[in-house]
Each structure stands twice: as C-alpha cells, then as structure tokens.
Ligand binder design. Structure first.
Ligand code: 48H
Length: 261
C-alpha cells in the first residue's frame, strides 16, 4: 500500500494536536509534578477515579530514580507491603531469598508497568516541562496551580516568560529536593514553612515514616515520595521503592477525599 503525505502535514499534525492537548489541560483537577514512582502511582489512582490528572515531567523520560536501580544494578527492591499495588499493575517480582519481607524486580519492568498503568488509567503525562513556580490565592490562602516553562528554555538560560496551569490540587512528587514546596517556602515567606532536607539512611524506619507523613502541606499543595522525607527531615531509605508506591497511593486517596467532598 502506498501512502502519501508531505512534511507540512507532519508539522501541522504535531503542532495542532499538541496545542489542543495543552489548551485542554490548561485547567485540570490535579497536577502532579514529577513522573517518578510516587508521582506515577498517584497519577494511576487519581485518573482511575475519573479525575482529570496531568503529570508534568521535566526530563524527556519517565521513572525518576527507578531506572538507576541500586547503584546501577538493574534490580530494585520493595517490601511485601507494596505487593497489592504491584499486582494491580501486573508488575512481576520474586520474594527475596535473603529476607522474605523483601521482593525484588527489574527496575525496567517497574518503570514500564507504573508508566503504562498511569497512562492507561487516563492520566496525561507530558515530558520536557519544568514547574518553576505556583499560582496562589489569598483570603483564604490556597495553591491553585503551577507556573511552567519548557525544560529546554531553563537549560538555555534565556529570559522567556512562562505559562500557567490551574488545578484544584498540586502534588509535589519531585523527589529529594521537594522543588514545589521549596519554591513556595522561598517565595511566600509569610507561610513560615521550610524544607528541612532528608536525614541520613535508616531504611526500615524511613519506609514507614514517609508513608505516615504523606499528606497535605498547605491548602491545595500536597507531597508524596521523597519530597515528604525532604520536607519533614525524615531518614532516607535507599533503593527500596515500596514507600514511594504506598505514598503515591495514599496521597491519591487524600486528594480524592479533599476535592470530591
Ligand atoms: C518537573 C520535576 C521537577 C520540576 C523534579 O526522584 P523521583 O524518582 O521521586 P520519587 O519521590 O517519586 O521517588 C524517589 C526515588 O526515586 C528515590 O530517589 C529514592 C527512593 N531514594 C532513596 C534514597 O535514599 O536515595 O522522581 C522525581 C521526578 C524526576 O523524574 C524529576 O525529573 C522530576 O520529578 N522533577 N519535573 N518540574 N520542577 N523537579
């Protein structure tokens, strides 16, 4: 079968369909900043619930810290507590012979299964966009969206003004630097919040604490994954990903309860 098209058709298709998406997603229910394990898990549960969910990732790939495994070894570990989530996403794993409370899987499989679960449930994931600031309103105070820029513009150092996306809830899933909370702490000083940074490693304790402290930071702004450890000065856990998945699921449940009240 011979088909015919010209270069202009390719260009027009890309620009038209990308623009249509960006207009459609300029106002959403939830913005998740970061497509690492916690952000993708949150995206999966939120979109599954029928909420308009946008995941913004500054890199041109998904998975955050998953791909690096443990010191580049291609396996990663989770506690058995995350089995239900992994089963739901059809992610295969084995019980570790070292300790029956640990399960082990390929980093590549977790990354792909989490990403496809989030997208199949209806979350929109866009690469190459960095969140650099938030939108807020006062009386009463709340975060109502994010300020975005192409990551390539950030890297170029050019002075280019950003665009904005409104949302009922913003989830900081940016990992170790808690970038969204950090920008709020730095710019809206009267809130009196600060990002303390994570503590040194204490895996078993950290796994529980991160999930326990996962929740709302201020009205409209929530934290999941390592951003929780960074905000509350909790210990880090190393390449064990169960608390990232459990934290993602928990934040989705909290946001669902807050915005569908
Ligand atoms: C758009 C952004 C921005 C921004 C960052 O680092 P992540 O994998 O985050 P988590 O919390 O889901 O998972 C943490 C885990 O990977 C890990 O590092 C662990 C368990 N460490 C323990 C230890 O002891 O070291 O993903 C965050 C994602 C990344 O893809 C970033 O590129 C992205 O967020 N991101 N995207 N705008 N401003 N900042």
């Amino acid at each position: 079968m011979s088909v015919s098209f010209d270069e202009c058709d390719i260009t027009r298709t890309i620009i038209e369909y990308s623009s249509k998406d960006l207009v459609n997603f300029s106002k959403v229910d939830i913005i998740i900043v970061g497509a690492g394990p916690s952000g993708l898990t949150a995206g999966y549960y939120l979109a599954k619930r029928g909420l308009k969910t946008l995941i913004l990732e500054r890199r041109l790939s998904l998975g955050g810290g998953i791909g690096g495994g443990g010191m580049l070894f291609h396996k990663i570990v989770a506690s058995v507590k995350a089995r239900e989530i992994l089963d739901e996403m059809n992610c295969r794993y084995e019980i570790s012979k070292e300790n029956e409370n640990l399960i082990v899987m390929d980093a590549s499989e977790l990354l792909i299964k989490l990403g496809s679960a989030a997208i199949n449930s209806g979350a929109k994931l866009i690469f190459g966009i960095s969140v650099e600031d938030v939108i807020y309103r006062d009386n009463p105070f709340r975060i109502e969206g994010v300020v975005i820029q192409w990551s390539a513009v950030h890297l170029s150092g050019l002075h280019v003004d950003p665009l904005m996306i409104r949302a009922k809830a913003v989830i900081d899933a940016t990992g170790h630097d808690a970038e969204v909370i950090s920008v709020v702490a730095k710019k809206i000083k009267d809130l009196g919040i600060s990002v303390l940074g994570e503590k040194s490693m204490y895996s078993v304790k950290s796994e529980d604490l991160v999930v326990e402290r996962t929740g709302k930071i201020i009205e409209g702004l929530y934290a999941t994954g390592m951003a929780v450890a960074a905000y509350y000065n909790l210990p880090r856990m190393g390449p064990i990903f169960s608390s990232m998945l459990l934290s993602g699921k928990k934040i989705a449940e909290i946001v669902i309860s807050d915005i569908t009240r």
